[in-house]
Design a protein around this ligand. Structure first.
Ligand SMILES: *[C@@H]1O[C@H](CO)[C@@H](O)[C@H](O)[C@H]1NC(C)=O
Ligand SMILES: *[C@@H]1O[C@H](CO)[C@@H](O)[C@H](O)[C@H]1NC(C)=O
Length: 339
């Protein structure tokens, strides 16, 4: 295992969270909270090396600036800081129509030689339900509050379920096992950047005000599936009624009002903001989150989200990981300035 330049003890964040009665599972152990590695360092600067080698604004949509209600006054998961509702203005910007796919990430790696943090650390967190018995037999630790997360040696974006897996038949699925630092490196290379949390949530809402989901308040309008989440009993039985047990192609499911696909479900998406749970109700313009922190905000939930454990496939929902964390349900999309 290639040691990172500055070895860091991996921190099992889930063990540190207060377990709050009935919401303990939601707080500590779901698709939202995977185990985090230790804190960040100067990798962001290193990522700048890949600047501007990429190309174009391919497959982005122009999001018209405006004001919206960020967060909610009816939080489903209080401790995530998805409240209070507050008035937020954002300037016009561009947003990737799709989550960054394995194919796009491979193009980036081919042209830069970039090595992801999971590759450097030599392992990444994988959802147990996706692992072969062979791989599982080799693992002797798990995240106490979320035993379905296992650290798997050799798991990375090319091998999402460990060395015996590959992405060859899912090049159009979202890239996984990319840390926040990796995501920043990719977006920078592409001449883009990560969206702020405000931009992400504004995008998610697709022009609707105060709705739970990108398409409205009803999870399955007319019985149709609008996102790749978990059906069945979590974590043992994903019936895949939406068509997918794991990730889906980034082009699957209907787009929202802004033409964005899989903005909730499928894979969690990194944003540029540091994580904090207390928000002022002051009306603000183009907020960029706290000026420092230990974790970065991720939004949207993933294929592992079920209402019982992780009701986080809502636009207001949010979660966090350290910037060097990676997992089998965490990806990203990029944004860009309008001018
Ligand atoms: C990356 O490089 C490999 C080896 O040359 C090639 O087979 C593959 O098609 C390339 N991937 C992309 C997305 O261009
Ligand atoms: C999973 O859930 C479905 C639907 O409730 C049920 O038919 C099936 O038997 C379950 N499978 C297992 C392995 O429990």
């Amino acid at each position: 295992m290639a040691a990172p330049a500055a070895p860091r003890a991996r921190r099992l964040r889930c063990l540190l969270l207060p377990l709050l009665g009935l919401v303990a599972a939601g707080a500590a152990g779901d698709c939202g909270c995977s185990a985090s590695r230790g804190g960040g360092d100067g990798r962001e600067a290193a990522a700048r090396r890949y600047s501007a080698a990429g190309g174009g604004r391919g497959q982005m949509v122009a999001i018209p600036g405006g004001a919206f209600t960020m967060g909610t006054d009816e939080p489903e998961i209080q401790q995530d800081g998805e409240w209070p509702a507050r008035r937020v203005h954002v300037n016009s910007f561009y947003m990737d129509q799709y989550e960054v796919s394995n194919e796009e990430f491979e193009r980036f790696v081919n042209s830069t030689g970039y090595v992801t943090e999971a590759e450097k650390f030599g392992d990444s967190f994988v959802f147990e339900g996706m692992l072969s018995e062979e791989v599982k037999a080799d693992i002797h630790q798990a995240v106490a509050a979320a035993p379905w997360w296992l650290p798997v040696k050799g798991a990375n974006w090319r091998h999402p379920e460990g060395p015996d897996s590959s992405i060859s038949n899912r090049m159009d699925h979202p890239v996984l096992h990319v840390s926040w630092n990796d995501a920043v490196a990719f977006c920078t290379w592409a001449g883009k950047r990560l969206p702020t949390e405000a931009e992400w949530e504004y995008s998610c809402r697709g022009g609707l005000e105060n709705r739970l989901f990108p398409w409205g308040n009803k999870l399955q309008p007319r019985g149709e599936h609008y996102a790749n989440i978990w059906q069945g009993v979590f974590p043992t039985n994903n019936t895949a009624e939406d068509g997918y047990k794991g990730t889906a192609p980034v082009t699957a499911f209907p787009p929202n009002g802004y033409g964005l696909y899989n903005i909730v479900g499928n894979a969690w998406e990194w944003t540029s903001d540091w994580w904090a749970v207390h928000h002022s109700t002051d009306e603000v313009h183009n907020p960029k989150g706290p000026s420092s922190g230990t974790d970065r905000v991720k939004k949207g939930g993933s294929y592992m989200c079920h209402k019982s454990h992780c009701y986080r496939y809502r636009c207001a929902a949010r979660s966090q990981n350290t910037p060097d964390s990676s997992a089998s349900n965490l990806g990203f999309r990029c944004a860009a300035d309008a001018s």
